[in-house]
Design a binder for this molecule. Structure first.
Ligand SMILES: Nc1nc2c(c(=O)[nH]1)N[C@@H](CN(C=O)c1ccc(C(=O)N[C@@H](CCC(=O)O)C(=O)O)cc1)CN2
Length: 296
């Protein structure tokens, strides 16, 4: 068996063209969605992700605002930037690019974002709504990577109902929130959250119908650890040296040889990353649609 590809680039492109139509409807009503990004420091990966977010906005007709702050910014100055965006009517949603430098209290920053403008779905109020609303339709933004994973599987016809999903990694953007999403009644998966302290990862992986690998450890999940026909979502990103060219390249947490045993695989790059960006745009558009009464 060779895995079929969960094509994040093509799926994200389809979502963006659907969103461009929805943005036109909003524009006809005089409402232009505006995404702001707050970027702290010089990390090249963070700069590249944020640049991608602004390109995406341009493609679908969302206006965008950039705030860049130095790596040694104080908590107070970063909070001032947050307060300005909370007050700015041109900014209908925004994100603070993570990770933030060590001197910053990240949780305090996430809590300071106006929950109505929280385009990442990471404000405690919005995460709390995900905890509380097991049955009801969600009317608040969802964390982008978990939402992107669900959308990617759904658009490829991969069913999650009744499946055992093993998530590896407990970070705030993926591992912790994804269980809340996958165990909603409309999805109805069973989720095990594994992490660096998990003693029996091998046993868990051997039982998994679906593996979400979000640990950021290159090729940690091997073919001999997974079930025949498992669905593999490769989320973690690392930069490793390509043995053929000697140059650095992006790779994921799943050993490429596992593709021979899996039924579906999201490549990395080209899988969950582009979906994360697409779902950010969905959050921005939906929050404007709610403000216009187009969406519940
Ligand atoms: N505030 C946030 N910070 C971070 C998030 C997040 O969702 N919100 N997630 C990650 C980074 N991230 C978005 O911010 C992100 C990572 C990767 C990609 C992506 O499209 N990757 C491409 C490859 C990109 C390349 O070639 O360099 C792929 O997978 O194909 C998008 C977004 C941490 N921080």
């Amino acid at each position: 068996m060779t895995a079929q590809i969960l094509d994040g680039r093509a799926t994200a492109a389809a979502i963006k063209s659907e969103l461009a139509e929805r943005v036109k409807v909003l524009a006809d009503k005089g409402r232009v969605p505006g995404l702001a990004t707050v970027l702290v420091g010089d990390d090249p990966a963070s700069h590249s992700y944020v640049a991608g977010k602004h390109r995406d906005c341009e493609q679908v007709g969302i206006s965008s605002i950039r705030k860049e702050l130095p790596a040694d910014v104080s908590q107070e100055d970063l909070e001032k930037a947050i307060d300005e965006l909370n007050e700015d009517p041109a900014c209908t949603g925004y994100i603070v690019q993570l990770p933030l430098p060590d001197q910053i209290d990240t949780n305090a920053i996430l809590e300071r974002i106006d929950p109505a403008k929280d385009a990442d779905g990471l404000h405690p109020t919005n995460l709390g709504r995900l905890v509380l609303n097991v049955n009801e339709p969600m009317t608040s933004p969802l964390p982008c990577t978990p939402a992107g994973i669900v959308e990617l599987l759904d658009r490829h016809g991969v069913e999650l109902k009744g499946k055992h999903v093993v998530v590896v990694g407990r970070g705030v953007t993926v591992g912790r929130p994804i269980g809340l999403l996958l165990t909603r009644r409309e999805i109805n998966a069973t989720v095990t959250l594994a992490h660096t302290g998990t003693q029996n990862l091998g046993e868990l992986l051997a039982q998994a119908d679906v593996v979400v690998a979000a640990a950021g450890r290159p090729h940690m999940i091997k073919a001999d650890q997974i079930k025949d026909g498992a669905v593999l979502l490769d989320v973690g990103v690392s930069r490793i040296e390509d043995p053929e060219t000697g140059k650095k390249k992006l790779t994921g947490d799943i050993d490429p040889a596992a593709a021979e045993k899996a039924s579906w695989l999201s490549p990395n790059p080209g899988g969950v990353g582009p979906m994360t960006r697409a779902m950010l745009l969905v959050n921005v558009v939906e929050s404007c649609e709610r403000a216009e009464g187009i969406l519940q």
